[in-house]
Write a protein that binds this ligand. Structure first.
Ligand code: FMN
Length: 189
């Protein structure tokens, strides 16, 4: 049996994952960035095959990871997390730095960023897992808290859309079983 509610008990952080170059870049919100190994430091991200950013990461063989502070604007989360860059330039107008590999790094309300050189791509079905070596890591603000998935869901009342690996189809949630015959109001005889 799979109780989908149990999946909410896993902890994640939210990041903005970007790739591309000065001509055209793109990025998406991810709650599936994690450190894979310590020596050498490697990071992975799970990216839906339909995400426009997947094409950029495969073409440029590198990606950046920006860690937003927990009060990052809803505009940033909305533009990177719920709209595809196929239809508009989502990094236009953002505060950007270009990394050693040439990929854009989003800085808006971000407290740290990483740059990763792609080493391996694992096909996981609906998603690709991009694994790469960390080549750059910087702290931008030591006084703010990173945005966690829990804070995003519970405080900011956000949800994960279909392309997120943690998307939950509410129609599949188990309904709580209720005891229809109340003990206190049993009909006599
Ligand atoms: C909270 C949150 C977490 C998400 N996590 C992921 C993720 O880990 N992997 C993924 O492929 N998409 C994830 N998404 C969905 C993408 O951010 C979204 O589909 C985005 O619009 C894709 O943009 P693109 O097509 O421009 O690449 C997440 C979205 C949100 C709001």
């Amino acid at each position: 049996m799979i109780n989908i509610e149990a999946l909410y008990k896993v902890s994640y952080g939210l990041s903005i994952v970007c790739s591309g170059d000065k001509n055209r870049g793109n990025g998406f919100i991810s709650n599936s960035v994690f450190q894979v190994t310590a020596e050498p430091p490697k990071f992975a991200v799970c990216c839906n095959k339909n995400n426009y950013t997947a094409e950029f990461i495969q073409r440029h063989n590198a990606f950046s990871i920006s860690v937003p502070d927990q009060n990052v604007s809803s505009d940033i989360i909305g533009s990177f997390g719920s709209k595809s860059g196929k239809y508009f330039d989502k990094i236009a107008g953002k505060t950007i730095r270009y990394g050693d590999t040439g990929v854009p790094v989003i800085l808006n309300r971000c407290i740290a960023f990483f740059e990763v050189k792609l080493l391996q791509t694992v096909d996981a079905g609906t998603h690709l897992i991009f694994i790469g070596e960390l080549i750059n890591a910087e702290v931008l603000d030591n006084n703010k808290e990173p945005l966690t998935y829990l804070y995003y869901r519970q405080v900011r009342k956000g949800v994960a859309p279909k392309n997120a690996p943690t998307y939950i189809d509410k129609s599949k949630l188990e309904k709580p079983k209720t005891n229809l015959i109340s003990k206190r109001y049993k009909c006599p005889g």
